[in-house]
Design a protein around this ligand. Structure first.
Ligand code: ADP
Ligand code: MG
Length: 320
């Protein structure tokens, strides 16, 4: 039977009822939904990608657009790639939004995932204007654990940004002074989950960590290129960390070609007064992430060993 709804996406969707829209992206709308066949009625998130717009956008950008890092790929293959990677990496990892299922209809692709209710880091930054160093460390540590999991599986995310990082405000009982109180887990702000695998890519040779194929005959730049592509995520982590600590991104420029130039030259600053109160340790970590030369940029293990990231603070025990 057809479920009544104000959303056109509902008509072709089986088993799930769309409740309300909770997000959108360049090619998608995301809804809170519920599986009407389930007993528990636990709400989920469904990302709906419209096929028509997918293909017309694809044509607009021309063939070969899926090879570009900056244009969102939108062929059928790329959606199946997103699903396959999402399913593979999010299994048994609390720092990645869990994949639940997939449906395909005449007009839409539907990706069902766990519902994360705390909103985007993007909105939290706007709300709070900036994060304390302890809170920024708490957030970025969880992002780094998610990225480590992906990189170790040979997958690069390629779209790490505040819009793709969601807060999960898990309620928990904790001791506050001599009281036992209901609070929010994860240092009072919630746990952090990485999502959106639309640009994610499997890397065949994982920097010789798990060599496969005949290495004897492989040119060195192949290893370098593939290894360096993981470093794209480290740059993304650097941009997020920078933004958390001051409330604005490291590279801003209205003119797109000037923006590209600034990024290519690594032309960012720790501007006064926003950065005056920030420790040199935090700035040092950022400078290793926003390093233009990928061979000198931190990899995920180096970042996880960074002294600033490993500074003790009161939020840490509840995080990890
Ligand atoms: P796009 O590829 O179009 O950017 P995303 O997967 O990033 O699509 O989803 C767009 C937005 O929808 C996210 O930025 C987020 O605000 C919201 N969203 C996506 N997945 C979930 C989820 N599982 N739980 C809650 N909100 C979500
Ligand atoms: Mg997104």
């Amino acid at each position: 039977s057809v479920i009544e709804s104000e959303f056109p996406e509902q008509l072709e969707l089986c088993n799930y009822k769309l409740l309300n829209q909770i997000g959108d992206g360049a090619f998608s709308r995301v809804f809170k939904a519920v599986n009407v066949a389930s007993i528990d009625q636990i709400p989920v998130a469904i990302k709906v990608i419209k096929k028509k717009s997918v293909f017309s956008e694809y044509e607009k950008h021309g063939h070969g657009a899926e090879d570009s890092d900056r244009i969102k790929p939108c062929s059928r293959e790329s959606i199946l790639n997103e699903i396959a990677i999402h399913k593979m990496v999010s299994e048994n990892n609390p720092y990645l939004v869990m994949f639940i299922g997939f449906q395909e209809s005449v007009s839409y692709f539907y990706i069902v995932s766990e519902l994360v209710t705390g909103g985007e880091i993007f909105d939290k930054i706007i709300q709070m204007s900036s994060f304390s160093e302890d809170l920024a460390r708490h957030v970025i540590t969880q992002v780094a654990i998610a990225v480590k999991h992906m990189h170790y599986m040979g997958v690069v995310h390629r779209d790490i940004k505040p819009e793709n990082l969601l807060f999960d405000p898990i309620p928990f009982y904790g001791v506050d002074g001599d009281e036992f109180k209901l609070g929010v887990g994860g240092g009072g702000i919630g746990f952090v989950k990485l999502t959106d695998f639309g640009l994610a890519k499997r890397i065949s040779h994982n920097t010789a960590k798990t060599p496969c194929g005949t290495i004897e005959y492989t040119a060195p730049e192949i290893f370098n290129l593939e290894g360096y592509s993981m470093k794209v995520d480290m740059w993304g982590i650097g941009c997020v960390l920078y933004t958390l600590l001051c409330g604005y991104p490291p590279f801003t420029e209205k003119n797109p070609s000037k923006l590209v130039k600034k990024i290519s030259e690594g032309d960012y600053e720790f501007l006064a007064p926003w950065w005056d109160g920030v420790s040199s340790g935090a700035k040092n970590a950022i400078s290793h992430l926003l390093e233009v030369d990928p061979s000198k940029r931190y990899d995920i293990d180096e970042f996880l060993n960074d002294p600033w990231l490993n500074t003790y603070d009161c939020l840490r025990p509840s995080t990890l």
